[in-house]
Structure formats: C-alpha cells, structure tokens
Design a protein around this ligand. Sequence first.
Ligand code: ADP
Ligand code: TYD
Length: 207
Amino acid sequence: MTNRNLFIAFEGIDGSGKSTQVKLLAEKLESIGHKVYTTFEPTDSEIGSIIRNILIGKKNADNRTIAGLFVADRLNHLLNDENGIVKKMKEGFTVLTDRYYFSSYAYNGTHMDINWVIDANAMSASILRPHLNIFIDVPPEVSMSRINGNRDSIDLYENLENLKKVRAKYLEAFALLYQVEKIYTVDGNKDPEIIHKEIVNKIEDLI
Ligand code: ADP
Ligand code: TYD
C-alpha cells in the first residue's frame, strides 16, 4: 500500500458491526505505517450531545429537527479547527468514520423526504466525499438480536420495524447516488475476520 491518505465511511444499521470493523481496519493500516484517525457520528460535540439526548428519549424533537441537527453535527465534524476531519486529512491521516451522510439518508430519510435530506447534506458532500462508503449489510433480525444481547437501553431507532425501513432506505440511497458515490457492500453475517479481510482487499485496490 502507498501512503495516500483516505477518507472511509462505515455504514450499516445499528449492530451491523461498524465499530468492530473500524477498529480492525485502523489496527491493520497502522501496522503498515499509515497515520489513522478514527471517529464517529453523532459526534461527541455539543451538537452531538443534544442528538444523543433525543436518541435516548431524554429530550423530544420533530424528525425534521433531528435531521437538521445531524446536518449541523456533520459540518462541525468536518470543519471544527480542533480535530475536524478536514484538518486531519490535511495532516496526512487516513480517517475512518463510523457513520457519515448515508446514515442521514437512510435513517432520517425514513421519516421525511429523502431528497430533502440529500440536498441538506450537499455542503458536506462538496467538502469531502468518502473515497469509499463501506456498507455492512445484515438482516435487521440479526442486528436486533445483537443489540438486545448487548445493551442496557435501546435507542430511538433501534426496533425491528424501523431498522427494516432503514435498510431499505440505504438501498434506495445507493441506487440514487451510485454515479457519484463509491459504495462497497459486505455481508455482515460472516465472521468478523473474514469481513475484515474483504475490506482490506478492497482498500488495497483503491490505493
Ligand atoms: P455497530 O457499531 O454497527 O453498532 P458493533 O461493531 O458494535 O456494531 O457490533 C455489535 C455487536 O455485534 C457486538 O457485540 C459485536 O461484538 C458483535 N459483532 C460485530 N461483528 C460481528 C459479526 N460479523 N458477527 C457476529 N457478531 C458480530
Ligand atoms: P450510533 O451511535 O452509531 O449507533 P450504533 O452504535 O447503535 O450504530 O448512532 C446513533 C443513532 O443515530 C443510530 O440509530 C443512527 C442514528 N443516525 C441518524 O439518524 N442520522 C445520522 O445522520 C447519523 C449519523 C446517525
């Protein structure tokens, strides 16, 4: 692999294995000399903490307000001058993010017009489009059983009916945007190490 730094977004429904794969890929890239910065959305900024309070039911908000908060959180994720993604890319880091704008298209697009959500994220897309969006595809039944086995509390969007709709919206968003976005789908039902190897192969192709 060369040292070209990449921006990779991991996508998938809750419990699909994104954070597991982010960690494995970060370790792999670091072991071969890349500088790697891992991050996630919703972020740990003030905007992200408003979002998390809504997700855990401490605060109430309309779905359109939630979609707008994610837009703002993402712009701050890119642009803040402390640890913003744009700054990290300029410093030569490969950035791996657990969720980016396809999460908005899929989750927020389930509750409102997906085209509004895509348009509202146009600024983020023009600032930084991922070199690759990795979609970890698992049946919602599998992800729900992982979540139920794993958590003390269940977030706003973590129920079977909603996750079925979210998965369908991901597929709709990929179909709408395949000409401008690089999308790679992996079968999230396989063993984590096998999924990891498939992702590494794909990234070797990229650089
Ligand atoms: P996400 O970040 O997408 O919510 P996690 O990586 O936290 O998902 O994984 C959710 C749960 O499923 C964790 O307990 C994790 O250990 C487990 N897990 C992750 N990948 C797999 C896999 N390929 N097969 C089975 N279990 C997995
Ligand atoms: P996350 O903490 O990644 O949850 P998990 O670890 O279970 O995958 O994300 C929290 C929730 O926020 C998740 O249900 C998806 C949702 N979300 C949106 O609705 N819109 C967005 O733009 C993003 C980034 C996340």
